[in-house]
Write a protein that binds this ligand. Sequence first.
Ligand code: COA
Length: 311
Amino acid sequence: MSYGRITGWAVNLPERVLTNDDLSKMVDTSDEWIKARSGISSRHVDGKVTEMSAVAGRAAMEMAGLAPDQIDLLLLTTTTPGQRLPASASVIQHELGLSCGAMDMNAACSGFVYGLVTAMQFMDGGMERILLIGSDALSGIVDWTDRATCVLFGDGAGAVVLERTSGQPSLLGWDLMSDGSAASILYCDHGGTIVMHGKEVFRRAVMAMTNSAQNAMTRAEVAPDEISIVVPHQANVRIIEASLKRLEIPMEKTAIVLDRTGNTSAASIPLALVDALDKDRITPGDLILMVGFGAGMSSAAAVLRWDPPTA
Ligand code: COA
């Protein structure tokens, strides 16, 4: 159990939108195929991780009412940093005027939950305020001539401010997992583009998502019917449907944005979380199940009690 609660949140998406119809002019595909196989209608492209993160991070800090010198750590989860070095977190730190440590973490599409669990451990160690950002610009590492991958991915950033509280614990249970034996089914070499064995990734994603979610709920001593909302990684609506069926959680309890974002990797869970908050789908005391999976194969889940700041 951990005591950091989310007190500010914001997202950023790059301006350029690519619809399925736009894609059908670039590769041999169609709006019907993409929607039916993935649930995606459009995605934002041409983003830069540092720029999207700075915009989302600044807005999350403003919402939390915190000045730059009050942040104790910046954690950026990304699989598409701007450069090999320095860490993109350092660039964002400077952009935001922070005076604290800053580092990148890479756990592919499970990155945001890995980052959340990591941030909570720092808070349990005494840190007071952490800015956690999940951001990816997959449009820069997609092969735009490969219809089997290019239709699935997009760019975005989501940021949350975590603050230590002496109240009730907020992170009730979590699970982090990786199965490196599956590294070859989804990868991108330095300077290369995403290579994916879609069917195998799909099969393993459902297993990984289900197992991680079950582990986190067991550790939190929470039953599936006590979960108020599931905020899953947004890769393919069919993966979410298959996993939730196994978990016996109805689809109505899921936050979905992938129809208009595609798979934004480390950004996808905060994008879906903020969308659910904007729609007033989460109220104080609600139990949120966040669950991610991705290249690695990595997976991660967290059960969080929603404990927003009082107005
Ligand atoms: N448009 C039209 N046809 C396409 C296509 C596209 N964009 N992409 C592939 N196809 C074709 C294939 O070539 C294949 O044709 P064939 O039968 O003549 O060989 C056919 O559609 C079926 O392909 P298949 O791979 O069996 O489809 P699928 O139902 O498995 O769906 C994915 C493909 C990629 C959508 C699905 O496997 C998937 O989502 N996998 C997981 C990917 C993922 O989530 N990755 C990120 C994890 S974090």
